[in-house]
Every structure is written in C-alpha cells, then in structure tokens.
Design a protein around this ligand. Structure first.
Ligand code: ADP
Length: 493
C-alpha cells in the first residue's frame, strides 16, 4: 500500500556522492527502496569538494539560501542532481564550509568549525524547503549532523505555518558520534537559551547535537533491533541511555538493507569472475586474483583467507585482535585487511605485514573496488566489534559466501547465527564475551570447519541464501513515517 507522504531525507553523506561509512550506503539506497511506498522522497546533502570532483551536471534550483549562523548571515546556492534518475537530490553549497578534502575532519581531528558547518546545513535544508515551496510531511534526519532540525522545528520554527504539518524521524546510526561542543555553540546554533537544559540539548555543561535529535523528534530509530535495546543501557548508551529510556515508547529498530545491485557476486563489476551458489568456480578465480593483488605466495592458496574491511577504530574490536594476532597467524590461514583510521592500528597491521610476508595482504586506505575483491576472494570475514549498530559488511559477506566471524552485538547479533555442524544450521561464527581468547577460539573453530568440505559447503549455502534486501526495511520505515505524522497531529501520544 502506498502512503500519501512526502519525505525529505537529510543526511551528511549519501552514496554515490560522498561517503565515510555505512550511513552513506543507507542514505543512498533507502530513497530508491521507498519508491512506490510513499508519494515522493527527495534528498539533501552538503556540496563537498568530494562531490564537486565527480563533475556531475549540476542545475541551480535555489539561489541565495541565506540563514543566520551565530551572528552572521551565511548563504549558498542549492544545486539539483539525482539518484538513478529516480530521486531528486539537492546539494547545498557553501565553499567556506564544504570545499575541503574531508567531510568532517582530518586525521588530526575534527574541523574546528563543525558547529557552524552543520548549523548551516540544518537551517539551510529548512530554508530550501521554503524557497522551492516543498512542504515535506516527514523530514528524515540522520545522525548528529542533521539533529538540529527537529530542535528548530520545535523552537524557532514552532509557529511557522509552512512546517505546521511536518514531523521528524531521527535515525541514529552510531551513538558513539554525538556532535559534542562547548556551551558557546548555543549562540552559533541560534537555539533559544531555554533549550540548554537537561531536558533539551545540554549534556554535562556542553551542547550535544545528537541529544537534540533524540529529544525533539517525533520518533527515533536505530539500525537494528538489538542496538535499539543496547543503547538504552549504560554500557552502550554513551551517556544518553537515560534520555533514550525516557523516550523508549518512540524508539524503534529497523535493520539496514543491502543494495544487491551493488553487492552481488552474480553481477559485481569489480571482481575477477562472477559466481553464485550454483556455480562457485568463480570464487576460486577471485581468490587467485586477490593473491595476485597482494602478492600472496602460491603455497597458501588452499588456506582459508580471512578478510577485514573497516574503519580502523576501537569500536571495531581491533584491540581484541591485536592481543591475539600473532597466535592467529600461527593457524593455517591468510590475513587480508583494507582499512584506514587510527594510527596505532596502521602501525599494528604494517608490522604484521612485515612479520608475515606472503601470508598477509594489508592495504591502509579507502578503496571501494578492492573492498569488492576482498568480499569475493576471501573465505571468512572478521568483525569482532565492541559494538556494531547494524554493520553492513557481514551482510555483504554472506552473499559472497565469505563466512562472517562476529561478536554478538547490535546488528551482528541480529543477522548472524552461529553454525552448528550437528544440525547444519547457522550462517557464521559468533562469540559473545568481549574477550580475546573467545575471539581466538572462534577463529580456530572456523578454520576447523573450513577443513571439513561438507560442513563448509553447508554453512556457505546457509550464508549465500540469506536475503537482506531493502524491501522489508523500507516498509518498516513507511510505517515509522506514518507513526511520526500521527504523533505530530496529536492523534497518538
Ligand atoms: P561503519 O558505518 O561503522 O563504518 P558499516 O559496516 O555499517 O560500518 O559500513 C561500512 C561501509 O564502508 C561498508 O560499505 C564498507 O565496505 C565500507 N568501508 C569501510 N572501510 C572501507 C575501506 N577502507 N575501503 C572501502 N570501503 C570501506
């Protein structure tokens, strides 16, 4: 059933325009999946240098969008492009803020003016609506960079008839990133002083953008059911568990979907040879291709290849891996990693690469084509995360018959079932405690199952037949939008 709804999806990153992580995949795929389920979805993101470099045809649609950022009036033009010629995408320009190498900061730290950059983005998105006379029923905001929008609609825009019907849905992709700033950020945001309380955006004397999204939006969701429960506990809530428990009636979990047009070994344009569950010969060709790419010695071609593609951050469990990596390398396996992030992990993996030449493939960097080759050419995929809101790579891995080894947290717990050779059930290997010996035991177990051809074929079948396409999740978002609208109209509490 189609809901009579119009949606503006506001995100700081959207595939294929700009990406640092899974949020971009979601913001690029969800609008397409919503087609046919709602009347219209449009998307807005900043016009970063990364977007400009793509040399897309850009049509100006709104000149002189102008808003107050602190005491200064800031302006920019909005350009229009599209997603697959099906979804209108707006790019908000302001070169002072967005004409930079990275989206949020460099390896030395976040940009010092992120309060201004994302105040401008939030206010700019609202002014854009007015300027082009687009009255969305729903503004769907993603992460802290967009979280002032719900706060503006409940404060400085409260009595604005233009947005009288507009409800907000706020999606938390990772509660570890909150947009936390000194108190003087209040002036930059232009929020009224009385919003600076524990019931508003104040957080231990600072201004917390993410909290604004949680407090002021009609409904909140996160990207797996398990993570929506976890963030209500002190262990995972990063200080916001109290306010989330307070809003638990309005807090939901919707698993991210996978864009199988992008991540599918039967059609993947980046891999050496396509393959499927019915014809796995191509997977061997992909492994050989990966060996060439990383100069893996021929003698190891029958070892299981264990892959990692990740931001190299503490969240991803690399401190656990660091504790056992030398023991892991004593097992008969090849280790392949693509990632970028904290220097300490660059150092760790560069050291491993030197210590185990011919048995490791380490690439520090961001490389989408190589990510596809690793998914296709490896046999196992490692995600020992401390926490994982949803995780996309374990779902991609399943489709490529690259069996995930994961910790039971967030979306990893919701999507991966431990393989039991006795019953033949399960699509991966899953450990529970955040303990290095448990991680090591699981890797050893996976290597043992790999040695048993029948058992490995069974877990591969279970993995490759899993379906996490966007259809089901998009329908849940449609229901969430309808719920948000009812709340806005005061029809439900
Ligand atoms: P997160 O959003 O926490 O980074 P997800 O698993 O949800 O983690 O999404 C990560 C996305 O970013 C995946 O699409 C993954 O393939 C991609 N990715 C992460 N690191 C790299 C890298 N170094 N090179 C290419 N793609 C990467």
């Amino acid at each position: 059933m189609k809901e009579d709804l119009t949606v503006l999806l506001v995100s700081p990153e959207v595939v294929p325009f700009a990406k640092t992580g899974g949020l971009a995949d979601v913001a690029g795929a969800l609008p397409l999946a919503l087609k046919g389920l709602v009347n219209e979805v449009r998307v807005v993101l900043p016009l970063y240098l990364e977007v400009r470099k793509k040399n897309l045809p850009l049509t100006p649609v709104a000149q002189d969008i102008s808003v107050m950022v602190g005491r200064y009036r800031r302006g920019g033009t909005v350009y229009q492009t599209d997603l697959n010629k099906a979804i209108t995408v707006y790019l908000l320009e302001n070169d002072t803020y967005y004409d930079r190498d990275k989206l949020y900061g460099t390896s030395k730290g976040d940009y010092h003016d992120n309060t201004e950059r994302f105040t401008f983005f939030c206010k700019g998105a609202l002014e854009l609506c007015r300027k082009i006379n687009f009255r969305p029923d729903i503004i769907h905001c993603h992460d802290w960079q967009t979280a002032l929008i719900p706060a503006y609609l409940k404060t400085i825009y409260r009595d604005d008839p233009f947005f009288a019907r507009t409800a907000t849905v706020f999606t938390i992709h990772n509660i570890g990133y909150q947009g936390l700033f000194e108190k003087d950020a209040m002036e930059i945001t232009g929020l009224p002083a009385d919003a600076f309380t524990v019931n508003g955006v104040e957080f231990y004397g600072k201004v917390n953008f993410l909290k604004a999204g949680i407090v002021y939006s009609e409904v909140i969701n996160t990207v797996s059911k398990k993570y929506s429960e976890e963030i209500q506990t002190p262990e995972f809530g990063f200080g916001l568990d109290g306010i989330l428990r307070y809003r638990s009636q309005d807090l939901f979990g919707i698993l991210n979907g996978v864009d199988y047009d992008e991540w599918n070994p039967e059609s993947d344009r980046f891999i050496a040879e396509k393959f499927s569950l019915k014809n796995l010969a191509g997977k061997r060709a992909c492994k050989l291709d990966l060996m060439k790419e990383f100069k893996i010695s021929d003698q190891f071609s029958n070892y299981p290849f264990v892959g990692v593609i990740s931001r190299l951050a503490d969240q991803k469990g690399f401190d656990l891996l660091a504790q056992i990596i030398n023991d892991m390398m004593k097992l008969n396996l090849v280790f392949v990693l693509l990632g970028t992030g904290d220097q300490k992990y660059h150092d760790l993996f560069n050291r491993i690469s030197k210590e185990f030449p011919g048995r490791t493939g380490i690439r520090i960097g961001f490389d989408n084509a190589l990510a596809h080759k690793i998914e296709a050419g490896c046999n196992m995929f490692l995600m020992p995360s401390r926490y994982e809101p949803c995780g996309l790579n374990q779902m991609y891995s399943l489709k490529y018959g690259t069996i995930p080894i994961v910790r039971a947290t967030g979306g990893l717990d919701d999507t991966i079932k431990n393989f039991e050779p006795k019953t033949g059930k399960g699509n991966g290997f899953k450990f529970t405690s955040y303990a290095s010996q448990d991680l090591f035991a699981k890797i050893r177990e996976a290597v043992a199952v790999y040695a048993d051809q029948n058992a490995w074929m069974q877990v591969t079948r279970n993995a490759m037949s899993a379906d996490f396409s966007w259809g089901a999740s998009a329908k849940q978002y449609r229901e969430l939008y309808a719920k948000a609208l009812l709340k806005r109209q005061g029809k439900v509490r």
